[in-house]
Ligand binder design. Sequence first.
Ligand SMILES: [Zn+2]
Length: 332
Amino acid sequence: MSTQSKEQQQIGFLSLCYHYIRPDNDDPFSRLMGTKITEFKNQIKMLKEKFEMISLDDVLEFINAKIFENNKYKMLLTFDDGLSEHYNAAKILKQFDIKATFFIPTCILKERLPANPMIIHYVIAKYGIEKFLEEFRYALKKLGLEIKKYDITYVREDNDVWKKIAEIKYNFKYKLGYKISREILLHIYQNSLLIEYPNILEIIHLNKEQIHEMLEMGHRIGVHTHTHISVAATSLSDSDFFNEIVFPKKYLEDEFNVPIKSFSYPFGERKDYLSSMRFLNKTKEYDLAFTVEEIVNFGNTPLEIGRYQPMSHDNVRTLENNLSNIIKKNIL
Ligand SMILES: [Zn+2]
């Protein structure tokens, strides 16, 4: 047996986390931010050229063996949020012979309700911030909550739109609390999107048949909590933790008859994910957990696997640059 050279030992894998993949033209929700489909295809071509594309099964093998076959950096593609357009992405990737992993919030299948952030994105994209906040206040009133205490004000002339949207998202993620956030968002959803589009769930999210087909194409699925919460920033009772993190694994396993080994932290930043140790103290159900730390993964922290999130403004060139910077940062 030959000994591994130092360089060989340093080869790791990168991972990408895609979200919205939107049509090039005539998008009925044109204000949704995401990677355009043609741009997506170009990025895949570049990735296939620059990296050796690997699957979730390859990652699991690597975690055990700690060694990759050659000196080329590896790349695992992942998709968060169980979005309907991932069905198309899965078909495109099959043409490229790439096996990706799709992380699903299980509320979209079990209760047939959208995940939290998608309600915010779609309502604001379709009706604007004013309408969203109007429905928000109406929900607060219905739930018997003090409007003054939770209110978010928006004056089109004075406020930056993007900062205001960030503030709204921040409030739902970190300030309103787990149960109230969900109740308010469902209320907004039922009073706006669901009335105008009775089939809105299928417009936003994947359905069971599509997921079955994606599995048949050779892709894998994993858990993205039940309703899409910040796991570390939300104070969860033991039963909430079970419902959001443990139950979804059993649900997907029963529903699709596949072993579920991976988990992706919603939002995925430092304040949203648990350290490997804390996660293991709470559950031993998962072999892999994914964050959005921009790192090269060497297999030593399988419960904190980092990913780069391609942004809507990323193109082939910026994506390639950003990935090579991540690699450079990890070598130095
Ligand atoms: Zn997500």
